[in-house]
Design a protein around this ligand. Structure first.
Ligand code: TRP
Length: 332
């Protein structure tokens, strides 16, 4: 007998090219999870629209570009199901039915809702679509009986809402949907080049598409210990982005420890620390760049993978919706 692996569901919004924050915060974990789980990874294009609705040009290009990066990073389309949310319209139907039972205040009190509306002032986020973001996410997960959702700290509140919504739905309609669990993996939080959160809108990213020279230039400009105006002044290693990156990307731990010791003692210059960092990062990124080029040499293949994966996902979604409709007594 084949024992089914527990299922994992996770999505990424196609709002731009992927950067190191995506790689460290999600992608590496996605790749590792394939060993033990039946993974469903998708392009959350409708989620991207909740904030980018005013200008969605680029969305589909980013979607396929992101999928190419996933594959280059090691997501295996043979083992995992890669799909596009909007190619599985059942997500919208489940979202609609969930919306019947979810009280609006539950959505309003999700912390990211208020935060994002305040932070992204240039966008009008007083829309139903934006309010419904975590509910759509609930539909994404429940659709595949997703037991586990790999999330970072920032997504825990969304998942808590998903669990509450599923419980409420099941109270009305029987045990129709599976309650998801967060799969909290300790992912190091990678700061941006300027030590703020890494984000495209801050212009402080290193992208997976950056070439060798771009990485060297960006690393050279990286924020370090501001107190250290000369190489002979002892510096702080803890929380210093240059060393956070060394820890994340430099496999030569002896070199990293030596640099840290000399940094603390004021016997190493920033140039040396950064040159060694850029070298380690380029060594890590190079195989991914090569695979990305191979993948993108056949763009039709990338599209095929996404379309074929969506077909597979849709078959499951249709079975789930048959069960859901029966639960709601929508039977004709
Ligand atoms: N909210 C997630 C993000 O910002 C994207 C997402 C949409 C997602 N639906 C999901 C993640 C379902 C996990 C499960 O990256």
């Amino acid at each position: 007998m084949v024992t089914a692996k527990p299922r994992v569901v996770s999505g990424m919004r196609p709002t731009g090219r992927l950067h190191l924050g995506h790689l460290v915060g999600a992608l590496k974990n996605w790749v590792a999870l394939q060993e033990r789980y039946d993974c469903f990874y998708f392009v959350a294009d409708w989620h991207a629209l909740t904030s980018e609705y005013a200008d969605a040009t680029g969305l589909t290009d980013y979607a396929l570009d992101n999928v190419a990066d996933w594959i280059a990073a090691g997501v295996d389309p043979e083992r995992s199901t890669i799909f596009v949310q909007s190619l599985v319209p059942e997500h919208a139907e489940l979202y609609l039915l969930l919306s019947m039972v979810v009280p609006i205040p539950w959505l309003e009190r999700v912390p990211t809702y208020k935060e994002q509306r305040e932070q992204l002032k240039e966008k009008d986020l007083s829309t139903l679509g934006f309010l419904g973001y975590p509910l759509l996410q609930t539909a994404d997960i429940a659709m595949y009986d997703g037991r586990f959702v790999p999330v970072g700290e920032d997504q825990v509140a969304h998942l808590e809402l998903s669990r509450e919504v599923v419980r409420r739905f099941n109270q009305f309609y029987g045990e129709v949907l599976v309650e998801p669990q967060p799969l909290l993996t300790a992912v190091p939080r990678l700061p941006g080049l300027d030590n703020r959160k890494m984000s495209k809108s801050y212009g402080n990213t290193i992208d997976l598409t950056d070439d060798d020279e771009a990485v060297r230039n960006k690393v050279r400009q990286m924020y370090t210990d501001p107190k250290r105006i000369r190489a002979d002044i002892p510096g702080t290693v803890e929380g210093n982005p240059v060393f956070v990156y060394h820890d994340a990307f430099n496999p030569d731990t002896a070199e990293v420890e030596e640099l840290k010791a000399r940094y603390r003692a004021g016997t190493v210059g920033d140039v040396e620390v950064k040159t060694k960092l850029a070298r380690a990062m380029n060594a890590m990124l190079e195989p991914m760049r090569e695979r990305r080029l191979e993948v993108l040499a056949r763009p039709e293949r990338v599209r095929e993978i996404a379309v074929e994966g969506s077909r597979r996902a849709r078959a499951i979604a249709q079975a789930t919706m048959a069960r859901v409709r029966a639960g709601v007594r929508l039977r004709y």
